[in-house]
Design a protein around this ligand. Sequence first.
Ligand SMILES: Cc1ncc(COP(=O)(O)O)c(C=O)c1O
Length: 464
Amino acid sequence: MTERLKKAYSTETYQMLSQETERVILSALDIALNEKRNVTNFIKADHLYEIWKESNPSFPKMITDIVEHSVLIHHPKYIGHQVCMPLPIGSTMSHFGSHINNGMAVYEMGMAASVIDRLMIEKINPYFGYGDKSSGIFTSGGTVANITALLCARANFDPTIWKEGQKEKIGFMVSDQAHYCIDRAVRIMGLGDDGIVLIPSDQDYKADTNLLEQTYQIAIDKGIRVMGIIGSAPSTATGMYDDLRSFGNFAKKYNLWYHIDAAHGGPAVFSEKYAHLMDGCEMADSITVDAHKMMMMPALTTMLLFKNHEDSYKTFAQEASYLFGHEDWDWSNYGKRTMECTKIMLGMRLYAAWQEYGVEIFKDNVEQCFDQTKEFTELLLNDQNFEVPVNPDSNIICFRLKDATDSEIEKIRELILESGQYYILKTKLRGKLYFRCTLMNPFTTIDHLRQLLNELKLLFAGIR
Ligand SMILES: Cc1ncc(COP(=O)(O)O)c(C=O)c1O
């Protein structure tokens, strides 16, 4: 072994890296939680590229510089994307996992992690109303989970497609508010425009269940055979949950695969107060849940749950006959059921949190974030300067200054981003531009939100 390799792997190196990383993490935490710095030091990409190109930092300066040029997720004024402040136990297990680094395509290469994945899914599934026949997999992200579920739906619909390719027009029914990864998945699957049969949304941005029959008929008239229906729980732009029970009844009537994209809001099932939003989810054949959104895990930690264990083997099966041989059910070799080959150890992040704090911590988080969004909505509704397009179901909220034009909203959002005071987003809904926030951080208070509204009003006055 070269001296260089010896040094790179030495115990002293491990110690130095751990100590320095811990120091920088604690310092970043202090800076963020105590608001000693703005939530972001925004710099345009080309400019930052030039800075990094010149700087060539080594460790540990490198990680200090990374913090400097990163959004502080832990900052109470971080209310942007659906990215959580990870529980320390979750990020520690992620770090630990990258040291142990067992790939999990086959059981023998990731024994403990494979068993933990199964145990974790077995703890989760009953909350979604799934029984003894259910199972699931951990995978890297909601996007991957959704395409995996749709592939499974297609295999269920016609097992010959995997080998022979698709010969007819087939598609999925989904709300016009669904996350773009559904549309992308369908196109990757080669289904083209016919692959998506859009269900128009109602005034609350939920799929209009009165139009399900009509939408189905439109598909039939176009010669499209509908394989499945996909519910959003909730949709990304407005955070509104589809009527999951009506979707379930419709799927049953036409014998469709029923998938729920509960990447963001599935964890509502852990709260008695909000579980009603997921009512009917037990009717679904498959459910995507991102633990890196509302379950406080580091990205990416996703579960794809299956109501019937046997379905999960159909997704990537080469031979249709293989599907039905129970002796071939091979739960511990995850490569057969996931898109990934070298799969990282994901379930143990969630397992550690569950063992340490119990399921109650997930309920706490859902209630904290959803309750606070209700309070924020009240604040907006009581301020004549603002309007909301819809009273939010979850912790995603859109709003706008009543008298501002779209270009003024755009400008204000740009000024906020550049000032780094808050991290908020924008989204276009039915032709109108809105500010969009996701309240993910339990350290955000109603005062922070009140200050945000004042700041937006000041900026509006400033540009008028
Ligand atoms: C409803 C929904 N589905 C899927 C995704 C994609 O998930 P991921 O970013 O984990 O791939 C998102 C991300 O925001 C989402 O909101």
